[in-house]
Design a protein around this ligand. Structure first.
Ligand code: NAD
Length: 357
Protein backbone atom coordinates (compact mmCIF):
# COMPACT_ATOMS: atom_id res chain seq x y z
CA UNK A 1 0.00 0.00 0.00
CA UNK A 2 1.26 3.46 -0.82
CA UNK A 3 1.88 5.71 2.16
CA UNK A 4 -0.42 8.31 0.63
CA UNK A 5 -3.26 5.74 0.71
CA UNK A 6 -2.80 5.07 4.44
CA UNK A 7 -6.24 5.27 6.08
CA UNK A 8 -4.95 7.90 8.54
CA UNK A 9 -2.88 9.92 6.06
CA UNK A 10 -5.44 12.77 6.02
CA UNK A 11 -3.25 15.10 3.95
CA UNK A 12 -0.38 15.41 6.40
CA UNK A 13 1.99 18.17 5.30
CA UNK A 14 5.11 16.22 6.21
CA UNK A 15 6.05 12.91 7.86
CA UNK A 16 9.70 12.26 8.74
CA UNK A 17 11.50 9.13 9.88
CA UNK A 18 14.66 9.53 11.96
CA UNK A 19 17.26 7.09 13.23
CA UNK A 20 20.60 7.03 14.96
CA UNK A 21 22.44 3.72 14.90
CA UNK A 22 24.76 4.44 17.82
CA UNK A 23 22.01 5.13 20.37
CA UNK A 24 19.34 2.85 18.83
CA UNK A 25 17.09 5.87 18.31
CA UNK A 26 14.13 5.42 15.90
CA UNK A 27 11.35 7.97 15.62
CA UNK A 28 8.59 9.29 13.40
CA UNK A 29 7.55 12.95 13.42
CA UNK A 30 4.19 13.70 11.80
CA UNK A 31 3.29 17.27 10.91
CA UNK A 32 -0.36 17.44 10.02
CA UNK A 33 -1.01 21.14 9.61
CA UNK A 34 0.90 24.39 10.15
CA UNK A 35 -1.82 26.80 9.02
CA UNK A 36 -1.96 28.52 12.43
CA UNK A 37 1.69 28.15 13.44
CA UNK A 38 4.35 25.62 14.39
CA UNK A 39 2.94 22.15 14.90
CA UNK A 40 3.19 21.47 18.62
CA UNK A 41 2.47 18.07 20.14
CA UNK A 42 3.86 15.59 22.62
CA UNK A 43 6.49 12.92 22.12
CA UNK A 44 5.21 9.45 22.88
CA UNK A 45 7.89 6.89 23.74
CA UNK A 46 6.36 3.46 23.35
CA UNK A 47 7.28 -0.10 22.57
CA UNK A 48 5.13 -0.56 19.46
CA UNK A 49 4.57 -4.10 18.20
CA UNK A 50 5.74 -2.97 14.77
CA UNK A 51 6.58 0.20 12.82
CA UNK A 52 3.18 0.23 11.09
CA UNK A 53 1.46 0.59 14.47
CA UNK A 54 3.79 3.46 15.32
CA UNK A 55 2.95 5.19 12.04
CA UNK A 56 -0.80 4.76 12.53
CA UNK A 57 -0.53 6.10 16.08
CA UNK A 58 1.50 9.17 15.16
CA UNK A 59 -0.74 10.03 12.21
CA UNK A 60 -3.92 9.80 14.29
CA UNK A 61 -2.40 11.75 17.15
CA UNK A 62 -0.96 14.55 15.01
CA UNK A 63 -4.26 15.09 13.18
CA UNK A 64 -5.91 15.24 16.60
CA UNK A 65 -3.48 18.00 17.61
CA UNK A 66 -4.56 20.18 14.67
CA UNK A 67 -8.18 19.83 15.73
CA UNK A 68 -7.38 20.19 19.43
CA UNK A 69 -5.46 23.45 19.00
CA UNK A 70 -8.00 24.89 16.56
CA UNK A 71 -10.82 24.02 18.93
CA UNK A 72 -8.97 25.62 21.86
CA UNK A 73 -8.34 28.72 19.72
CA UNK A 74 -4.55 28.48 19.91
CA UNK A 75 -2.14 29.89 17.30
CA UNK A 76 -0.59 26.46 16.78
CA UNK A 77 -0.54 23.80 14.12
CA UNK A 78 -0.87 20.07 14.75
CA UNK A 79 1.95 17.56 14.99
CA UNK A 80 3.15 14.68 17.09
CA UNK A 81 6.17 12.41 17.41
CA UNK A 82 6.74 8.83 18.49
CA UNK A 83 10.01 7.30 19.62
CA UNK A 84 9.93 3.55 19.02
CA UNK A 85 11.12 1.21 21.79
CA UNK A 86 10.66 0.47 25.46
CA UNK A 87 11.56 3.67 27.34
CA UNK A 88 12.36 1.63 30.47
CA UNK A 89 15.19 -0.20 28.70
CA UNK A 90 16.46 2.06 25.90
CA UNK A 91 15.94 5.63 27.06
CA UNK A 92 19.21 7.40 27.79
CA UNK A 93 20.88 10.77 27.28
CA UNK A 94 22.46 9.86 23.92
CA UNK A 95 19.11 8.77 22.51
CA UNK A 96 17.36 11.93 23.72
CA UNK A 97 20.19 14.01 22.23
CA UNK A 98 19.68 12.21 18.91
CA UNK A 99 16.01 13.21 19.09
CA UNK A 100 17.04 16.81 19.85
CA UNK A 101 19.30 16.77 16.76
CA UNK A 102 16.39 15.47 14.67
CA UNK A 103 14.17 18.31 15.90
CA UNK A 104 16.92 20.78 15.07
CA UNK A 105 16.93 19.48 11.49
CA UNK A 106 13.18 20.19 11.31
CA UNK A 107 14.00 23.81 12.09
CA UNK A 108 11.00 24.58 14.31
CA UNK A 109 8.20 23.41 12.05
CA UNK A 110 7.50 20.86 14.83
CA UNK A 111 7.89 21.55 18.56
CA UNK A 112 8.06 18.61 20.99
CA UNK A 113 6.63 18.34 24.52
CA UNK A 114 6.20 15.50 27.01
CA UNK A 115 3.70 12.71 26.52
CA UNK A 116 3.36 9.07 27.61
CA UNK A 117 6.79 7.59 28.17
CA UNK A 118 8.56 10.96 28.30
CA UNK A 119 9.03 13.38 31.19
CA UNK A 120 9.76 17.02 31.93
CA UNK A 121 13.35 15.99 32.65
CA UNK A 122 13.60 14.32 29.21
CA UNK A 123 12.50 17.63 27.65
CA UNK A 124 15.31 19.36 29.52
CA UNK A 125 17.84 16.89 28.07
CA UNK A 126 16.41 17.33 24.55
CA UNK A 127 16.67 21.09 25.05
CA UNK A 128 20.46 20.71 25.41
CA UNK A 129 20.41 20.14 21.61
CA UNK A 130 17.50 22.23 20.33
CA UNK A 131 15.18 25.14 21.08
CA UNK A 132 12.30 23.31 19.41
CA UNK A 133 11.00 21.70 22.58
CA UNK A 134 8.77 23.04 25.35
CA UNK A 135 6.96 22.05 28.53
CA UNK A 136 9.99 22.01 30.81
CA UNK A 137 10.32 25.58 32.16
CA UNK A 138 9.67 26.45 35.77
CA UNK A 139 6.59 28.66 35.61
CA UNK A 140 4.27 30.59 37.83
CA UNK A 141 1.58 28.48 39.49
CA UNK A 142 -1.99 29.52 40.19
CA UNK A 143 -1.15 29.91 43.87
CA UNK A 144 1.72 32.31 43.15
CA UNK A 145 4.67 29.94 43.61
CA UNK A 146 6.43 28.13 40.78
CA UNK A 147 5.68 24.77 39.19
CA UNK A 148 7.45 22.51 36.73
CA UNK A 149 6.57 22.46 33.03
CA UNK A 150 4.37 19.37 33.50
CA UNK A 151 1.08 20.12 31.68
CA UNK A 152 -0.83 17.34 33.49
CA UNK A 153 -2.36 19.56 36.22
CA UNK A 154 -3.75 21.84 33.49
CA UNK A 155 -5.14 18.83 31.62
CA UNK A 156 -6.74 17.51 34.81
CA UNK A 157 -8.31 20.92 35.53
CA UNK A 158 -9.77 21.08 32.00
CA UNK A 159 -11.20 17.56 32.36
CA UNK A 160 -12.72 18.45 35.71
CA UNK A 161 -14.45 21.46 34.12
CA UNK A 162 -15.53 19.31 31.17
CA UNK A 163 -17.13 16.81 33.54
CA UNK A 164 -18.95 19.67 35.27
CA UNK A 165 -20.22 20.92 31.87
CA UNK A 166 -21.47 17.41 31.03
CA UNK A 167 -23.22 17.05 34.40
CA UNK A 168 -24.84 20.46 33.99
CA UNK A 169 -26.11 19.56 30.53
CA UNK A 170 -27.26 16.04 31.36
CA UNK A 171 -28.62 16.54 34.88
CA UNK A 172 -28.93 20.34 35.18
CA UNK A 173 -26.67 20.25 38.26
CA UNK A 174 -23.72 22.48 39.13
CA UNK A 175 -22.05 19.94 41.41
CA UNK A 176 -20.86 16.34 41.31
CA UNK A 177 -21.70 15.51 44.93
CA UNK A 178 -22.50 11.82 45.35
CA UNK A 179 -21.98 11.00 41.68
CA UNK A 180 -20.09 7.77 41.03
CA UNK A 181 -17.17 8.45 38.72
CA UNK A 182 -15.05 5.63 37.32
CA UNK A 183 -11.48 6.67 36.61
CA UNK A 184 -9.51 4.36 34.34
CA UNK A 185 -5.86 5.16 35.06
CA UNK A 186 -4.57 7.08 38.07
CA UNK A 187 -1.51 8.56 36.36
CA UNK A 188 -0.40 12.17 36.09
CA UNK A 189 -3.80 13.35 34.89
CA UNK A 190 -6.14 10.71 36.34
CA UNK A 191 -4.95 11.03 39.93
CA UNK A 192 -5.26 14.82 39.93
CA UNK A 193 -8.69 14.60 38.33
CA UNK A 194 -9.74 12.12 41.02
CA UNK A 195 -8.55 14.56 43.70
CA UNK A 196 -10.53 17.47 42.24
CA UNK A 197 -13.70 15.38 41.97
CA UNK A 198 -13.27 13.84 45.42
CA UNK A 199 -12.87 17.33 46.92
CA UNK A 200 -16.25 18.17 45.38
CA UNK A 201 -17.93 15.16 46.99
CA UNK A 202 -17.88 12.65 44.11
CA UNK A 203 -17.39 8.94 44.80
CA UNK A 204 -14.28 7.65 43.00
CA UNK A 205 -14.12 4.15 41.55
CA UNK A 206 -10.68 3.48 40.11
CA UNK A 207 -8.52 0.94 38.35
CA UNK A 208 -4.85 0.97 37.36
CA UNK A 209 -1.95 -1.42 36.84
CA UNK A 210 0.00 0.55 39.41
CA UNK A 211 -0.71 -0.83 42.89
CA UNK A 212 0.91 2.16 44.62
CA UNK A 213 -1.41 4.63 42.88
CA UNK A 214 -4.39 2.47 43.83
CA UNK A 215 -3.33 2.23 47.48
CA UNK A 216 -2.83 6.01 47.62
CA UNK A 217 -6.25 6.66 46.08
CA UNK A 218 -7.90 4.31 48.54
CA UNK A 219 -6.11 5.92 51.48
CA UNK A 220 -6.40 9.58 50.49
CA UNK A 221 -9.58 9.71 48.43
CA UNK A 222 -11.53 6.77 49.84
CA UNK A 223 -11.61 5.37 46.28
CA UNK A 224 -13.26 2.03 45.58
CA UNK A 225 -10.69 -0.09 43.74
CA UNK A 226 -11.76 -2.51 41.00
CA UNK A 227 -9.99 -4.86 38.60
CA UNK A 228 -8.98 -3.46 35.19
CA UNK A 229 -11.71 -5.23 33.23
CA UNK A 230 -14.41 -4.57 35.83
CA UNK A 231 -14.41 -0.77 35.59
CA UNK A 232 -16.86 -0.71 32.67
CA UNK A 233 -19.62 -2.71 34.35
CA UNK A 234 -19.61 -0.79 37.65
CA UNK A 235 -22.64 1.26 38.63
CA UNK A 236 -21.27 4.56 37.32
CA UNK A 237 -22.70 7.94 36.47
CA UNK A 238 -19.54 8.94 34.60
CA UNK A 239 -16.78 6.91 32.98
CA UNK A 240 -13.50 8.83 32.74
CA UNK A 241 -10.90 7.08 30.55
CA UNK A 242 -7.51 8.45 31.63
CA UNK A 243 -5.14 5.71 30.45
CA UNK A 244 -5.02 4.46 26.86
CA UNK A 245 -7.13 4.97 23.73
CA UNK A 246 -9.90 2.84 22.18
CA UNK A 247 -11.38 1.67 25.49
CA UNK A 248 -14.83 2.81 24.38
CA UNK A 249 -15.68 0.09 21.88
CA UNK A 250 -18.51 -2.26 20.96
CA UNK A 251 -17.54 -4.72 23.66
CA UNK A 252 -17.21 -2.25 26.55
CA UNK A 253 -20.34 -0.34 25.49
CA UNK A 254 -22.41 -3.50 25.95
CA UNK A 255 -21.48 -3.70 29.63
CA UNK A 256 -21.21 -0.01 30.45
CA UNK A 257 -24.00 1.78 32.28
CA UNK A 258 -22.49 5.25 32.70
CA UNK A 259 -24.48 7.97 30.94
CA UNK A 260 -21.52 10.34 30.55
CA UNK A 261 -18.08 9.55 29.10
CA UNK A 262 -15.55 12.27 29.85
CA UNK A 263 -11.84 11.76 30.49
CA UNK A 264 -8.34 12.71 29.39
CA UNK A 265 -7.23 9.80 27.17
CA UNK A 266 -6.58 10.51 23.49
CA UNK A 267 -8.55 8.61 20.82
CA UNK A 268 -11.04 7.17 23.31
CA UNK A 269 -13.46 5.85 20.67
CA UNK A 270 -12.31 2.67 18.98
CA UNK A 271 -13.88 3.68 15.66
CA UNK A 272 -15.84 6.65 14.33
CA UNK A 273 -19.06 4.62 14.36
CA UNK A 274 -18.90 4.34 18.16
CA UNK A 275 -19.69 8.07 18.34
CA UNK A 276 -23.02 7.44 16.59
CA UNK A 277 -23.74 4.47 18.88
CA UNK A 278 -23.15 6.64 21.97
CA UNK A 279 -25.47 9.29 20.59
CA UNK A 280 -28.18 6.72 19.77
CA UNK A 281 -27.94 5.25 23.29
CA UNK A 282 -28.21 8.66 24.97
CA UNK A 283 -24.69 8.54 26.40
CA UNK A 284 -23.21 12.02 26.51
CA UNK A 285 -19.65 11.92 25.18
CA UNK A 286 -17.25 14.82 25.81
CA UNK A 287 -14.94 14.53 22.76
CA UNK A 288 -11.42 13.68 23.90
CA UNK A 289 -9.49 16.39 22.12
CA UNK A 290 -11.86 19.04 23.43
CA UNK A 291 -11.91 18.03 27.09
CA UNK A 292 -8.18 17.23 27.31
CA UNK A 293 -6.92 20.52 25.82
CA UNK A 294 -5.84 22.02 29.16
CA UNK A 295 -2.27 20.76 28.72
CA UNK A 296 -1.78 22.16 25.22
CA UNK A 297 -3.22 25.51 26.35
CA UNK A 298 -0.71 25.60 29.23
CA UNK A 299 2.21 24.60 26.99
CA UNK A 300 1.20 27.06 24.24
CA UNK A 301 1.50 30.06 26.57
CA UNK A 302 4.85 28.71 27.77
CA UNK A 303 6.11 28.15 24.23
CA UNK A 304 5.13 31.66 23.14
CA UNK A 305 6.88 33.16 26.18
CA UNK A 306 3.67 34.83 27.49
CA UNK A 307 2.93 32.56 30.45
CA UNK A 308 0.52 34.08 32.96
CA UNK A 309 -1.21 31.62 35.30
CA UNK A 310 -4.42 33.65 35.55
CA UNK A 311 -4.73 33.97 31.75
CA UNK A 312 -3.95 30.28 31.26
CA UNK A 313 -6.67 29.31 33.74
CA UNK A 314 -9.17 31.59 32.09
CA UNK A 315 -8.36 30.04 28.72
CA UNK A 316 -8.74 26.52 30.14
CA UNK A 317 -12.10 27.52 31.61
CA UNK A 318 -13.26 28.06 28.01
CA UNK A 319 -13.38 24.25 27.71
CA UNK A 320 -16.59 24.35 29.76
CA UNK A 321 -18.22 26.76 27.28
CA UNK A 322 -16.97 24.94 24.19
CA UNK A 323 -18.38 21.65 25.46
CA UNK A 324 -21.67 23.25 26.45
CA UNK A 325 -21.99 24.70 22.93
CA UNK A 326 -21.23 21.28 21.48
CA UNK A 327 -23.75 19.43 23.69
CA UNK A 328 -26.47 21.95 22.81
CA UNK A 329 -25.75 21.73 19.08
CA UNK A 330 -25.64 17.94 19.26
CA UNK A 331 -29.15 17.87 20.76
CA UNK A 332 -30.51 20.48 18.36
CA UNK A 333 -29.01 19.00 15.19
CA UNK A 334 -29.36 15.37 16.37
CA UNK A 335 -25.71 14.63 15.59
CA UNK A 336 -23.09 12.82 17.70
CA UNK A 337 -20.77 15.09 19.67
CA UNK A 338 -17.77 13.26 18.18
CA UNK A 339 -18.83 14.30 14.67
CA UNK A 340 -19.77 17.82 15.75
CA UNK A 341 -16.36 18.32 17.34
CA UNK A 342 -14.69 17.85 13.94
CA UNK A 343 -17.22 20.20 12.35
CA UNK A 344 -16.63 22.94 14.94
CA UNK A 345 -12.83 22.49 14.77
CA UNK A 346 -12.97 22.91 10.98
CA UNK A 347 -15.15 25.99 11.41
CA UNK A 348 -12.55 27.44 13.76
CA UNK A 349 -9.77 26.60 11.28
CA UNK A 350 -11.60 28.79 8.79
CA UNK A 351 -11.95 31.70 11.19
CA UNK A 352 -8.33 32.93 10.97
CA UNK A 353 -5.38 32.63 13.32
CA UNK A 354 -6.36 33.18 16.98
CA UNK A 355 -4.50 35.92 18.83
CA UNK A 356 -3.69 35.41 22.51
CA UNK A 357 -3.94 38.62 24.53
P1 NAD B 1 0.35 8.45 32.69
O1 NAD B 1 1.23 7.53 31.94
O2 NAD B 1 0.91 9.32 33.76
O3 NAD B 1 -0.88 7.66 33.36
C1 NAD B 1 -1.53 6.61 32.74
C2 NAD B 1 -1.97 5.65 33.87
O4 NAD B 1 -2.79 4.64 33.30
C3 NAD B 1 -0.81 4.97 34.56
O5 NAD B 1 -0.97 5.08 35.96
C4 NAD B 1 -0.92 3.53 34.07
O6 NAD B 1 -0.46 2.59 35.05
C5 NAD B 1 -2.42 3.40 33.87
N1 NAD B 1 -2.81 2.32 32.96
C6 NAD B 1 -2.13 1.78 31.92
N2 NAD B 1 -2.86 0.80 31.35
C7 NAD B 1 -4.02 0.73 32.06
C8 NAD B 1 -5.18 -0.09 31.95
N3 NAD B 1 -5.29 -1.04 31.03
N4 NAD B 1 -6.20 0.13 32.83
C9 NAD B 1 -6.09 1.09 33.78
N5 NAD B 1 -5.01 1.86 33.94
C10 NAD B 1 -3.99 1.69 33.08
O7 NAD B 1 -0.37 9.33 31.56
P2 NAD B 1 -1.10 10.73 31.75
O8 NAD B 1 -0.15 11.83 31.46
O9 NAD B 1 -1.86 10.73 33.03
O10 NAD B 1 -2.12 10.68 30.53
C11 NAD B 1 -3.28 9.85 30.58
C12 NAD B 1 -3.99 9.90 29.23
O11 NAD B 1 -4.36 11.27 28.95
C13 NAD B 1 -3.15 9.44 28.05
O12 NAD B 1 -4.00 8.84 27.09
C14 NAD B 1 -2.60 10.74 27.47
O13 NAD B 1 -2.29 10.62 26.09
C15 NAD B 1 -3.77 11.66 27.70
N6 NAD B 1 -3.40 13.07 27.78
C16 NAD B 1 -2.53 13.50 28.72
C17 NAD B 1 -2.18 14.85 28.79
C18 NAD B 1 -1.22 15.35 29.83
O14 NAD B 1 -1.15 16.58 30.02
N7 NAD B 1 -0.50 14.49 30.54
C19 NAD B 1 -2.74 15.76 27.89
C20 NAD B 1 -3.68 15.30 26.95
C21 NAD B 1 -3.99 13.94 26.90
Amino acid sequence: MSFFDHKDFDNHEQVCYFSDEASGFKAIVAIHNTQFGASLGGTRFYNYTNDDDALTDVLRLSRGMTYKSAMARLPLGGGKSVIIGDPKSIKNEALLHAFGDALERLNGVYVAAEDSGTSVNDMKIIHQRTEHVTGYHEKQSQEGGSKSGDPSPATAYGCYLGIKAAVKFKHNRDDVKGLRIGIQGLGNVGYRLAELLHNDGAVIIACDLDQNALAKAKRELGAEIVDLDDIYSQELDIFAPCAMGATVNEHTLKIMNATIIAGSANNQLDTATIGQLLHDQGILYAPDYVINAGGIIDVCYEHLGIYDAAKVNLHIEGIYDTLTEMFERSAKENRPTSELADTIARERLNQGIPILA
